[in-house]
Every structure is written in structure tokens, then in C-alpha cells.
Design a protein around this ligand. Structure first.
Ligand SMILES: [Zn+2]
Length: 546
């Protein structure tokens, strides 16, 4: 074991110095343009960090100063890019220039706040809004309602509702906290009339997808299948769950609860203030010191804050005079409570931090890989929190394997259900969403149909980036594949393994946005992606009655 570990470290050293060679441009003009691109990207991510409420100034400069830098760098980059020779570049430089050109087209003239771009909910009733404007208005509806949920005379947020749905023992209170989301559902989907804001939006999303491709099409490509193949895989996973669970219908407000015995058994072991220390300790054991990495955290609730957890760049790492200047990532979340569900999400967000921090590439590629890979990878460490071995080590108390598996996969299959829902809505946008959701959830998850409620509207992504949920649902297939492959290559890692981070950096993460996700996964696994690893995991659940 020890010899293997040492050999691995030596090998890592070799590979890393070889990899250094590709971290700067081959030609001087490209190097200069690429550095401006790096500055531009940093100005953009610093501005969004300021707008997120994390800080009011960064490195001594205010938002206005960073905005000035952004405007100048944007102009400079555009001019210099136009003057670059189109011929005679090395293959690597040509690839980097093409990537920067594509990314630059997506950088708007001004930078707006993440997840709250100033959309006004009342605008959503206007029938003349285009796709982008309608999504912005709906995002306004989501943020406003998700941050102001009234339950038992108190204001809570959507995150807390989801959390309480796992924990409240009394069915009537559970139903009440579930129905406390009604104003959110109503703001987005009205009375489910054919021209409700959501139904108009999904029609526009479908038309847009026909022209530019959808998130589902992108995810299918990254998984190495077509959209019909994605649908089949999603159905297979849901069917495996259906067969492993009793037929008796549960009410929608009791679905999470029925899978969440682990959450309840461990609730007292995971108070709010323990979230960060637990998270940091786990990653330390996996070979990454999050404090040393300079990652910034903004985890408390605050009025007007983004209504969901997310991770992004503050500073993009790059080589400066032969030395790597680290990436700085930030995590934002509205956590009022602790618990397993929240802890799992925090570990997921820090899986994104691992992904960003591990990138070692030239500025053109110091960026997120594809969405499917990104969400799937974040769950690789995330799922460990549901393993009894993890719980025993970090919480000093574990649930049984069956109880843990049920807690994890009841969350996963709900993501898979949302994926199937969006795939079908995008394909046939005139479909009644409440009926479709009732059909999917009653058939596969044994949830009593409630087509009078738009209760599928629980996730910000559904209005922000229609089709995005597939990155979680289909992503689960890649997560199971990666976890299985890492276990085979390194051994179990649920209780830590210091080789984990350097090994994954070398084999999977250092490329950033350079590599095509499908090829990356295929090279990593040594074969194409298949749903088998996830199906095997769900089959670990004992069938009903046993
Ligand atoms: Zn994520």
C-alpha cells in the first residue's frame, strides 16, 4: 500500500511538470491577448462577487473601479483579438483563440448580479415579453417568493421548507409547510392556465432549443448518447426505484419525509454551526485544505440574497512568471439550519470548489467544464455523506446502509423525475405541466397525484435555465460511474484518502474547459458512460417486504 502511494506521488510529480508546458501560449501575441482575457474574466467574476453581497470592495477596489477595468479590458480584448493573425498559429494557440472568441461573445457589456438580475415579478404577466425577459421576470418571482415563505407565523425560506419536509413528524404540519410554497407556485404558473407565465416561458424555451439546442441536448452529447437515449436512461433509473419501493401512494408532502429517516436520526449530530467544520475536515482528509485554498464562504441568510446554493470563481488561477497563482472560488448559500440534506449540499458545492481549484491550464481554459460533468463531479464527494462509514467517522454516529441509501436515492430520483419532466416539456411545450408531473411522480415514485398543485416548481433552475435539471438527473449516472471508478483505482474514499485530490486533479480536473466532457469521461473510465453503476446502487435497496 505504502509503495504504491509513493510511486503514485513520484508519477504525479512527473506528469505535473509535463503538464506545465501547455499552460501558456506558444506565440507572444496570443499570450498577450490571453492575459487581457484573464484580466477581463477576473473583473467580471469580482463584480458578480460584489453584487452577490459577499463584500463591497475587492483588493482595495470598489465595484465602480472594477467596472471600469471590465469596460477597458473588454474593449482592449476585442481590438487585440481582431488583430490576431488567423494563420500560422500553433494548434494549441488556435484552439485557445477559438475558445476565447466563443466565451467573449457571451460576455455582456455590463455585468449583472447572479440569480437576481433585477427582474420584477409583476412583469411576468405581460404577454409580449421575449424569452430572456420572461425568464428574468420569473426569476424575480422565484427570488421574492422563495425568500419570503410564511410558516406558522414566521418568515422562512424555500431552503428551510425543503429541509423541514425531511424532518417534521406531524403529517398536518408537513402538509402546511409544503403548502406554504403555494404563493411561489402561483407566481410562476398562475392557475396552470395554458398561457400562465411558466407555460408561455417553456414554449419560448422549446422554440429557442429548436434553434440553438437545449441543456438536454448538451447533456446528451456530453454523456455520449442522443436525447432519446437520455430519456430511456432516466426511465430506467426511475423504474429501478419504483420496483424497490412499496406501491402504497404517499402524499407529495410526505415523499421526502418517507425517504429521510437518516436525516432525522442524524439531525442532532449536524447543527448549523457544524456544517463548515465537517465540510473542511472531510476535504482535508481528501487532500485539499479549503482554508489554505483561499475559498470564500457566504453561507448565512440575508434579504435579497440568491435563493439557492451555488459556487463560482472570484479569481481565475493562472501562471505568472513560472508560478501558479491560485484560483479563488466562493460559495454562496442561504443556510438557516443544519441537517444531513443541507450538509450534503454544502459538500456538493465544495465539490465545485475542488473542480475549480484543481484546474491547471492557460487562461483560455481556466473555466467551468460542461454543466453535466460539473454537477456530476460535485456529487462524487457529496454522496459520501450518505454512507454509514462517512457518518461514523465525521458525526460519530451512523445510520444503517438501507436507511442511508434510501435517503440519498430519494433525493436523486426526484432530480431524475425533474429531468424527465423538463425533457418532455421542452419536446412538447403545450403539455399540461401539472398533469405531466403528476403522471411521472405517481407512476415512478408512488406519489399521490395532485394536478391542482404546481408543486414541481421547487427549483430555481426550472425558470432560470430550462432543461438544466438534467445535469443533476442524468449527472447522477456519471456520479455513480466516477465513484465506482475511483473506488476501483484508489480504494474506498468515504472516510478520506489524501491521494484523492491530487489523483483527480491529474486524471480529470486539471483541464478546466479545454476537454470535451464525453471524451474526458471515456478516457477516465476506459469505456463509454453507462447507467449500470447507478442502477447497481439503486438495486442495493432491499425490495419492498424484505
Ligand atoms: Zn452544483
Amino acid at each position: 500500500m505504502m509503495t504504491k502511494y509513493l510511486a503514485c506521488l513520484v508519477l504525479l510529480g512527473c506528469l505535473t511538470s509535463n503538464a506545465m508546458a501547455g499552460m501558456t501560449a506558444d506565440s507572444k501575441p496570443v499570450e498577450e491577448v490571453e492575459n487581457i482575457y484573464g484580466d477581463l474574466n477576473d473583473a467580471s467574476s469580482v463584480i458578480t462577487s460584489i453584487d452577490s453581497g459577499l463584500f463591497t470592495s475587492y483588493r482595495g477596489e470598489t465595484r465602480a473601479a472594477w467596472e471600469k477595468v471590465y469596460g477597458e479590458k473588454r474593449k482592449e480584448f476585442s481590438e487585440r483579438l481582431a488583430k490576431l493573425p488567423t494563420e500560422g498559429l500553433s494548434e494549441n494557440d488556435a484552439k485557445a483563440v477559438a475558445a476565447m472568441r466563443k466565451q467573449f461573445a457571451a460576455l455582456s457589456e455590463t455585468v449583472s448580479a447572479p440569480f437576481s438580475p433585477g427582474g420584477k415579478c409583476h412583469e411576468a404577466s405581460r404577454k409580449d415579453l421575449d424569452y430572456a425577459a420572461l425568464r428574468t421576470a420569473l426569476l424575480g418571482c422565484f427570488t421574492e417568493n422563495a425568500n419570503n415563505v410564511m410558516f406558522e407565523g414566521e418568515k422562512i425560506n424555500r431552503q428551510t421548507v425543503l429541509d423541514l419536509l425531511h424532518e417534521i413528524d406531524e403529517p398536518a404540519r408537513r402538509k402546511a409547510v409544503f403548502l406554504a410554497l403555494s404563493p411561489l407556485w402561483h407566481a410562476i404558473n398562475g392557475g396552470n392556465e395554458p398561457d400562465s407565465p411558466y407555460r408561455r416561458m417553456i414554449a419560448l424555451a422549446s422554440a429557442d432549443a429548436a434553434k440553438h439546442g437545449s441543456e438536454v441536448d448538451n447533456a446528451a452529447r456530453d454523456a455520449g448518447v442522443n436525447t432519446a437515449g437520455v430519456e430511456r436512461w432516466l426511465e430506467q433509473i426511475l423504474d429501478a426505484w419504483r420496483q424497490a419501493n412499496p406501491d402504497q401512494p404517499v402524499e407529495p408532502w410526505s415523499f421526502s419525509y418517507s425517504g429521510a429517516e437518516a436525516d432525522r436520526l442524524l439531525a442532532k449530530s449536524i447543527p448549523r454551526e457544524s456544517l463548515q467544520p465537517l465540510n473542511q475536515r472531510f476535504y482535508q482528509d481528501l487532500g485539499l485544505d479549503l482554508r489554505e485554498s483561499g475559498t470564500l464562504y457566504d453561507l448565512d441568510t440575508r434579504p435579497g440574497k440568491a435563493p439557492l446554493a451555488y459556487t463560482d470563481f472570484v479569481i481565475h488561477g493562472r501562471m505568472i512568471e513560472g508560478a501558479w497563482q491560485s484560483t479563488i472560488a466562493r460559495v454562496s448559500a442561504p443556510y438557516a439550519r443544519g441537517g444531513l440534506f443541507v450538509l450534503n449540499e454544502l459538500v456538493h458545492e465544495n465539490g465545485h470548489v475542488v473542480n475549480l481549484t484543481a484546474i491547471r491550464n492557460r487562461p483560455a481554459f481556466v473555466d467551468w467544464p460542461g454543466d453535466l460533468f460539473v454537477e456530476a463531479f460535485a456529487d462524487v464527494p457529496g454522496w459520501s455523506t450518505y454512507e454509514p462509514a462517512w457518518q461514523q467517522r465525521y458525526l460519530g454516529k451512523a445510520t444503517s446502509e438501507q436507511v442511508s441509501l434510501r435517503a440519498l436515492y430519494s433525493v436523486v430520483v426526484l432530480d431524475v423525475a425533474w429531468s424527465l419532466f423538463e425533457l418532455r416539456m421542452l419536446r412538447a411545450p403545450a403539455t399540461d405541466p401539472n398533469l405531466l408531473w403528476s403522471e411521472i411522480t405517481s407512476h415512478y415514485l408512488h406519489i399521490a397525484p395532485h394536478p391542482e398543485l404546481s408543486w414541481w416548481m421547487m427549483r430555481e433552475q426550472l425558470v432560470d435555465i430550462p432543461g438544466y435539471m438534467v445535469n443533476y438527473g442524468l449527472g447522477a449516472i456519471l456520479t455513480a460511474e466516477m465513484r465506482q471508478h475511483i473506488r476501483q483505482a484508489l480504494g474506498p474514499f468515504d472516510t478520506g484518502d489524501p491521494r484523492w485530490y491530487p489523483w483527480l486533479q491529474e486524471h480529470l480536473l486539471r483541464y478546466g474547459s479545454e476537454r470535451d466532457s464525453r471524451q474526458l469521461m471515456e478516457d477516465f473510465l476506459g469505456r463509454p458512460v453507462s447507467p449500470q453503476a447507478l442502477l447497481d446502487q439503486i438495486h442495493r435497496l432491499a425490495p419492498p417486504g424484505k
